[in-house]
Design a protein around this ligand. Structure first.
Ligand SMILES: *Cc1c(COP(=O)(O)O)cnc(C)c1O
Length: 352
């Protein structure tokens, strides 16, 4: 740290993103990217004319993108907020809704950015342990003591809460926003979006990074009651009004409008997830039931970090977390059939 750094910066740990190696090419199953290219309609957006237009600022209202998102979910543009990746949406939600006198609440094993944002904004937070089977007990989130953050499906477990469980949390936190981070929701059967019209304290956060094959475009969004969306807009206009670049605004709109490609490719991932799960079980792994585009798996008698390192030697990247409770697990992104087979073959050689 420099002598100039603030106490906040000195006293916090930054988020550590998954490895993004720029040197050699791996079979990359470590950061839950989509293994297929984005839709042709997305690729058609990136013309040299559009590149030439980059001299102009982007539309700070993201009108084209908001309209496409609103239409997709049967909502109005005033119910949609767009961000530079959902990480930015989440950050602005911390700034907008987490009050100093409150305690932010989230599970002890979940998206690693929640405690980082809490520290970054100088907020107290409470991590609630998952149950023995790694599921979330909704009854642990009824205290109404601060903003609640729940990733559904959860990361890195892949486990999903039902809409009824989410609704119970909403009913019992009337004085605080409940943020449901649905980064992986398109790979499951549940979403809280249907509850938005009923609960003004619900903010659903989504991303184009996973199910739309657009991690590199940095497009995220939030859906909620128009009043809380207006709060996020105020925060954005106080921070980075042109938060989405011109290309990403159009790319996002093109991606979400191509329902056919989206449904076709997401269906393949779900099929591949089942095959990958079956293959891992055949090798003796325990695999949690996943509603996402990754599986969380371990094998008794195998050290998670060693498995991760040996796979890396074999040119395959998966994600390992050193947190005690999950240190023997690997989080493996569901890839193409070929990628998954390569992973299973390598594991077959590595495990005892
Ligand atoms: C990937 C992920 C995000 C961040 O997505 P971006 O839109 O790429 O910033 C947010 N929450 C969870 C749970 C994620 O896994």
């Amino acid at each position: 740290m420099s002598v100039f750094s603030t106490d906040i910066l000195k006293n916090m740990d930054a988020y550590v993103p998954g490895e993004q190696p720029q040197d050699k090419s791996y079979i990359k199953l470590n950061t839950n990217e989509f293994p297929f290219e984005p839709s042709d309609k997305v690729k058609a957006v990136v013309t040299s004319e559009k590149a030439a237009d980059l001299r102009l600022y982007s539309d700070p209202t993201c009108a084209v993108l908001k309209k496409a998102i609103a239409e997709n979910y049967g909502l109005k543009a005033e119910n949609v907020f767009c961000g530079n990746g959902s990480d930015e949406v989440l950050a602005l939600s911390f700034l907008s809704f987490c009050k100093k006198e409150d305690t932010v609440v989230f599970p002890d094993i979940s998206y690693g950015f929640y405690p980082v944002f809490a520290s970054f904004f100088g907020l107290d937070y409470k991590e609630i342990p998952l149950k023995e089977d790694f599921s979330i007990d909704e009854n642990d989130y009824l205290s109404d003591c601060g903003t609640v953050y729940i990733a559904n499906p959860n990361a890195p477990t892949g486990l999903t809460l039902s809409t009824e469980q989410i609704e119970k949390i909403l009913i019992n936190n009337k004085n605080h926003i409940v943020v449901i981070d649905e980064a992986y929701c398109d790979f499951s059967d549940c979403t809280a979006i249907g509850l938005i019209k009923k609960y003004n304290n619900l903010l659903v956060v989504r991303t184009f990074s996973k199910s739309y094959a657009l991690a590199g475009a940095r497009i995220g969004f939030a859906l909620g009651d128009s009043e809380i969306i207006a709060d996020l807009e105020k925060a954005k206009y106080s921070f980075n009004p042109y938060n989405l670049n011109r290309l990403s605004i159009e790319i996002g709109a093109a991606a979400i409008s191509d329902r056919e490609y989206f449904e076709k490719t997401v269906a393949i991932i779900k099929e591949n997830r089942q095959a990958l799960t079956d293959g891992l079980i055949k090798l003796g792994f325990t695999v949690l039931p996943s509603g996402s585009n990754f599986v969380f798996a371990k094998k008794d008698g195998e050290d998670g970090e060693q498995l991760y390192l040996k796979l890396k030697e074999n040119g395959i990247l998966v994600r390992h977390f050193s947190k005690e409770r999950i240190k023997d697990y690997l989080r493996i992104t569901v890839g193409t059939k070929e990628q998954n087979d390569a992973l299973l073959n390598a594991l077959g050689r590595i495990v005892k």
